[in-house]
Design a protein around this ligand. Structure first.
Ligand SMILES: [Mg+2]
Length: 417
C-alpha cells in the first residue's frame, strides 16, 4: 500500500514522538530539578530556601590571593558572612563575581537563597557554567554562613544535621610518585592519622588511555593494597583517562584488588561512556560528577544512571544551594553523594557541613594528604584528622574564622549599592 508524503510524515512523527517519550520516561528527563519546584517535601533546606527577611545585601567584597579568593557579604543591617570561590585562577572568578554576579545579588534579601541562585544562572545564560558557577559559589557560601550566624546555628544544623566527626579518606593527588613510595606513604598515614580509606591516582588526567609511565597503574594498585592491608578501603581516580573498553579492563583489575570506588573512568563529558563502565562493573562503585555544574546535565547523568556515586564540588557547582539540588536528585534515585573536595581550603569545611546533614551522604569525605601551603593560615581552627575522622566545625555558620592577617594581605575588591 502506498502512503502519500503527508501520511508518512504523520506516521513517522507519531513513532518518533513515541520513542522520544519512552526515552524521556526511561531517563527521568521529564522530572523537574528539585528545590526550585514544589516537589521538594522532606528536606529541611526547602524551608530555608523559601525564607524571607527584611535585610538587603549592601556590599560584596572579594579578598584574592591566588589561588584563593574569599568572599564577604554584608547587609544593610550589618550582618555578614564569609564564603569562598573555588581555588585556582580565583582572580578570574572574582572579576566574574563583581561583573556578572554582584549586580543580581546587591539589594536582594539574603535569605532568598534559591531565588538568588536561580537568577544568577538565568541572567548569565550567555555565559554558562564554569566561572559563573565558581563566582556564584563564593556568594552562596557567604550567604549560608550569614544565615547560620544570624540564627546561631552551624550550616550543618541549619540543614537538619548534627555536628560530629565524619570519616574521611586520605586522597593522594600524585601521579609522579612510584608505586613503592605511594604504598609506603599511605601505610604511614594509616598509622599516624588512623585513615580507614585512601584514594590513589590511576591512568593520567584526560590521558587518552595513557599511564604516567607504562605499567604504573598495574603495579600501584596491588602494591598499595598489600601495604595498607585488607581492612582499609581503597578508591581509585582516573581523572577522565580511559575509553570504556580500557576503563572496564582497568576496572576489573581494580575489582580483583578490592577497590570499592572507581572515579571518573572516562572523559566526564562522555557520560554515556561512563554509564557503560558502570553497567559492566558490579563489584565496585563508579563515581563521577566533580566537574559538572549544569543541573540539567546532572539530572540526565543521575537518570541514566551514568555512575553509582554522585560527586558534586560545592565550589564548582555554585555553592551549597545548588549542591543540595544535586544531592536531592541523587537521593531520589537512591544514589549516595561523596563530594569532591581535593584541597584544604574552605571547600572541605563546606563539604563536612553538607555531609553531616544530607540523608544520602556516602561513607567518607575527600581529604587531601598533600601539603597545601596556600591554605595554611586561611582559617581557624584548622581541621585535624583523628582516628580517620574530622570534626565538622561546631559554631555559627561554617564554625571557622577567616584569619584577619590573610584578608589584610589579599587584594580587596568591592561591589556595593
Ligand atoms: Mg576526582
Amino acid at each position: 500500500m502506498k502512503t502519500n508524503r503527508r501520511e508518512w510524515m504523520k506516521a513517522a512523527g507519531v513513532v518518533a514522538g513515541g520513542l522520544l517519550l519512552a526515552q524521556d520516561k526511561a531517563l527521568g528527563l521529564g522530572k523537574p530539578i528539585p528545590i526550585l519546584t514544589d516537589d521538594t517535601k522532606g528536606w529541611p533546606a526547602d524551608l530555608l530556601l523559601a525564607g524571607k527577611s527584611t535585610m538587603k545585601v549592601k556590599t560584596i567584597e572579594t579578598f584574592t590571593k591566588n589561588p584563593l579568593s574569599i568572599v564577604r557579604v554584608t547587609t544593610d543591617s550589618g550582618a555578614e558572612g564569609f564564603g569562598q570561590i573555588a581555588p585556582f585562577d580565583a582572580d578570574i572568578s572574582a572579576t566574574i563575581l563583581h561583573r556578572k554576579i554582584a549586580p543580581h545579588v546587591l539589594g536582594k534579601d539574603p535569605y532568598a537563597l534559591a531565588a538568588i541562585s536561580e537568577t544568577c544562572i538565568d541572567r548569565n545564560l550567555k555565559f554558562p557554567w564554569s566561572f559563573v558557577c565558581r563566582a556564584l559559589g563564593g556568594v552562596d557560601t557567604a550567604l549560608w554562613d550569614m544565615r547560620g550566624k544570624l540564627e546561631n546555628k552551624s550550616v550543618c544544623e541549619l540543614l537538619g544535621g548534627v555536628p560530629r566527626s565524619l570519616g574521611v579518606y586520605g586522597s593522594s593527588m600524585s601521579r609522579s610518585i612510584t608505586p613503592e613510595d605511594e604504598a609506603k606513604r599511605l601505610a604511614g598515614f594509616r598509622d599516624s592519622h588512623g585513615f580507614r580509606a585512601f584514594k590513589i591516582r590511576v591512568g593520567t588526567d584526560a590521558g587518552h588511555n595513557k599511564d604516567a609511565w607504562p605499567g604504573r597503574t598495574e603495579q600501584l594498585v596491588p602494591a598499595v593494597r598489600k601495604a595498607i592491608g585488607p581492612e582499609v578501603a581503597l578508591l581509585a581516580d582516573a581523572n577522565s583517562c580511559y575509553t570504556p573498553e580500557k576503563a572496564i579492563e582497568v576496572g576489573k583489575m581494580l575489582e580483583q584488588n578490592g577497590v570499592v570506588h572507581f572515579e571518573e573512568p572516562c572523559p566526564y563529558w562522555e557520560y554515556e561512556w561512563t554509564a557503560q563502565v558502570t553497567e559492566a562493573l558490579k563489584k565496585l562503585s563508579v563515581a563521577g560528577g566533580e566537574q559538572d555544574n549544569d543541573l540539567a546535565q546532572w539530572r540526565r547523568m543521575i537518570a541514566l544512571p551514568a555512575m553509582d556515586i554522585a560527586q558534586p564540588d560545592v565550589c564548582y557547582v555554585g555553592g551549597i544551594t545548588r549542591t543540595l539540588q544535586v544531592a536531592q536528585m541523587a537521593h531520589r534515585a537512591g544514589m549516595k553523594v561523596v563530594p569532591h573536595s581535593a584541597n584544604l581550603s574552605m571547600v572541605t569545611v563546606f563539604s563536612l557541613h553538607l555531609m553531616g546533614a544530607i540523608p544520602n551522604a556516602g561513607n567518607y569525605i575527600e581529604y587531601t594528604i598533600e601539603s597545601n601551603d596556600w591554605t595554611n593560615d586561611l582559617f581557624e581552627p584548622v581541621l585535624r584528622v583523628r582516628d580517620g575522622k574530622v570534626a565538622i566545625p561546631n559554631g555559627p555558620g561554617w564554625g571557622v574564622t577567616i584569619n584577619k592577617k590573610w584578608l589584610e594581605t589579599a587584594e580587596r575588591q568591592i561591589s556595593s549599592v
